[in-house]
Design a protein around this ligand. Structure first.
Ligand code: ZN
Length: 221
């Protein structure tokens, strides 16, 4: 059994809807599916959830010691380093098999959670159960810093926001215009805070990567 490209796209759309459902809605949807689709969907869902990593980090100090700062000693050097990283970053690759598996991802994304010492970039509180969420859907390159460190509550909120194209276009614009001195960007009614270095890294990639549809459209705004 192989899925065609169209079927994979439809599946992905469905998966995007499903990952934002609550348990009750989800149970009903799954109950209503024919058996082989049910199995395929569950495998696909597992793969999707795999894309955003969950991490339990017992070393996180859960009392508030201050949101990490990551001062930049040399912005020009940092931007040059990111430009090189971007050039050599592997392309995101999928192999269409029974399910769509992202084969290019490394295990280095947990660095983001470590850099934020378990702090959530939305509520700015530390959590031992931090999650790493891809900033934008469907990235073209594997770059570990194109992720956010979030607590479980904000992570599920973020995944909902991430499916809204208009919200994400505005978020991308806000990231681009954010100042290193106040490294934060509004996303809908919420705010995502970055370390100075992390913001500079993301801004550099937004300059370089014209392939992400969101940014192409931002150019026209
Ligand atoms: Zn949070």
């Amino acid at each position: 059994l192989q899925f065609s490209k169209n079927e994979i796209d439809e599946n992905n759309q469905l998966v995007n809807q499903i990952v934002t459902m609550d348990t009750y809605q989800l149970t009903n949807v799954i109950k209503s599916l024919p058996k082989d689709l049910k199995n395929a969907l569950l495998i696909e869902l597992a793969a999707e959830i795999e894309e955003d990593a969950n991490e339990f980090d017992p070393d996180v100090i859960e009392e508030d010691t201050g949101f990490p700062d990551e001062k930049i000693s040399n912005l020009i050097r940092l931007r040059e380093y990111i430009r090189k990283q971007y050039e050599i970053a592997p392309m995101v690759q999928y192999e269409p098999k029974l399910l769509r598996v992202r084969v290019s991802r490394g295990k280095d994304r947990e660095n983001i959670g470590k850099r934020y010492k378990g702090y959530c970039q939305m509520c700015e509180k530390p959590s031992r159960f931090w999650e790493v969420a891809e900033i934008f859907n469907n990235p073209t390159k594997e770059l570990e810093f194109m992720n956010l460190s979030l607590c479980p509550t904000c992570a599920s909120k973020y995944r909902q926001l991430r499916n809204d194209k208009t919200i994400m276009m505005n978020f991308a614009k806000n990231i681009r215009s954010a100042e290193i001195i106040d490294p934060s960007a509004l996303i809908d009614e919420d705010c995502v805070t970055f370390t100075k270095a992390h913001l500079a890294e993301i801004q550099m990639v937004l300059e370089l990567d014209k392939s992400i549809p969101i940014f192409k459209e931002v150019e026209y705004l």
